[in-house]
Write a protein that binds this ligand. Structure first.
Ligand SMILES: *[C@@H]1O[C@H](CO)[C@@H](O)[C@H](O)[C@H]1NC(C)=O
Ligand SMILES: *[C@@H]1O[C@H](CO)[C@@H](O)[C@H](O)[C@H]1NC(C)=O
Ligand SMILES: *[C@@H]1O[C@H](CO)[C@@H](O)[C@H](O)[C@H]1NC(C)=O
Ligand SMILES: *[C@@H]1O[C@H](CO)[C@@H](O)[C@H](O)[C@H]1NC(C)=O
Length: 300
């Protein structure tokens, strides 16, 4: 015979059930309190909101990896402590207002990461990012800022901190139009200045002749690098104005923009020369455009 299924008729059983219920309620209350308490102890940081992209995900891993790649493989003679470089980099901006970064913040990093650059090897560029780096990769004898440790580590990355937290702000960072003294702008300004100051002998510059002003005085090249070449060390600036293959040239060595640059450079007692579409660089452009008239072996 099947017994009626209503549970717990006995006193003992009721007690057990009551006990279990009490334990369950206490447990739930304890977990709830723990969550609230933990939340109180470590309140979520209030992140300032900006218009620019937030810090690059995995910034630390990327920068450390690049530093090791650079010091082990790209430039193996260089003796640098990458962990110390990362810590010094982070300390420049972490827990600070990202609109209030100063040159002093980055000074220790600049000193730590500096390395010598041989004479005649400096290649500056403006608005020719892709072509300039393709060229130095193939040519092997020139260095852009992005081929130095500081430029190599930070190329294409974004970073900023937040005053109320010791973490990166991965949500947003100031756009350069929001404030000039943001972590990236100050970094690139200082790294560019140090790169220009280190240049000696002949300095080459690759500019873009397919935009209306190949030389712009508000670019990093026009506002920082031009003014920090040392005339005691740099005796000649060679400009290459490159045009998009098959496109309509917009300006050239004889344009007013380059003339303005010439007068600034000569005013600083550095000799100046300019060449349109330097052939060795044009050959790099021709890899992707072999049929264009400018790329034929026998040009008329
Ligand atoms: C910016 O930094 C300077 C010096 O570190 C400090 O005196 C000033 O109060 C800071 N301003 C803001 C808005 O954080
Ligand atoms: C740099 O180039 C100049 C001119 O081409 C040359 O006279 C000089 O010897 C070169 N210096 C080095 C270190 O190669
Ligand atoms: C010149 O600038 C334009 C616009 O930024 C770009 O599309 C082009 O690739 C640049 N040309 C060269 C030769 O770098
Ligand atoms: C940049 O050039 C423009 C004219 O081309 C001039 O009005 C301006 O003052 C210059 N700015 C600087 C910082 O030299």
């Amino acid at each position: 015979m099947v017994r009626e299924s209503s549970p717990c008729r006995s006193q003992k059983c009721r007690c057990l059930l009551l006990g279990l219920t009490v334990i369950l309620i206490f447990g739930a209350v304890a977990v709830f309190a723990a969550v609230i308490f933990a939340g109180r102890r470590d309140p979520p940081a209030v992140l300032l909101q900006w218009k620019g992209r937030g810090s690059t995900d995995n910034l630390k891993e990327i920068m450390l990896g690049r530093c090791f790649t650079y010091t082990e493989m790209v430039n193996p003679e260089l003796r640098k402590d990458c962990l110390k470089i990362w810590e010094t980099f982070k300390n420049a901006f972490i827990s600070k207002n990202p609109c209030n970064i100063t040159e002093q913040d980055y000074q220790p990093l600049m000193e730590l990461a500096a390395h010598p650059i041989l004479c005649n090897k400096t290649l500056l560029w403006s608005k020719t990012n892709e072509l300039a780096h393709k060229y130095t990769k193939v040519q092997g004898n020139f260095l852009t800022l992005e081929d130095t440790l500081l430029g190599y580590m930070a190329d294409g990355l974004t970073w900023c901190g937040n005053p109320s937290s010791s973490e990166m702000n991965y949500q947003s960072c100031p756009h350069w139009r929001e404030c000039a003294n943001n972590p990236s702008s100050v970094y690139w300004k200082m790294a560019s200045r140090a790169f220009a100051e280190a240049a000696c002998g002949v300095v080459h510059v690759m500019l873009n002749g397919s935009i209306s002003q190949p030389f712009g005085n508000s670019s990093i090249f026009g506002s920082v690098e031009v003014h920090h070449l040392n005339p005691k060390k740099v005796h000649l600036m060679k400009i290459w104005v490159m045009h998009n293959i098959g496109g309509q040239p917009s300006d050239s060595c004889s344009g007013s923009s380059i003339k303005e640059l010439k007068s600034i450079i000569e005013g600083r007692n550095i000799a100046f020369s300019c060449e349109d579409d330097h052939r060795a660089v044009q050959l790099i452009q021709c890899v992707g455009n072999p049929e264009e008239p400018a790329c034929r072996v026998c040009r008329t």
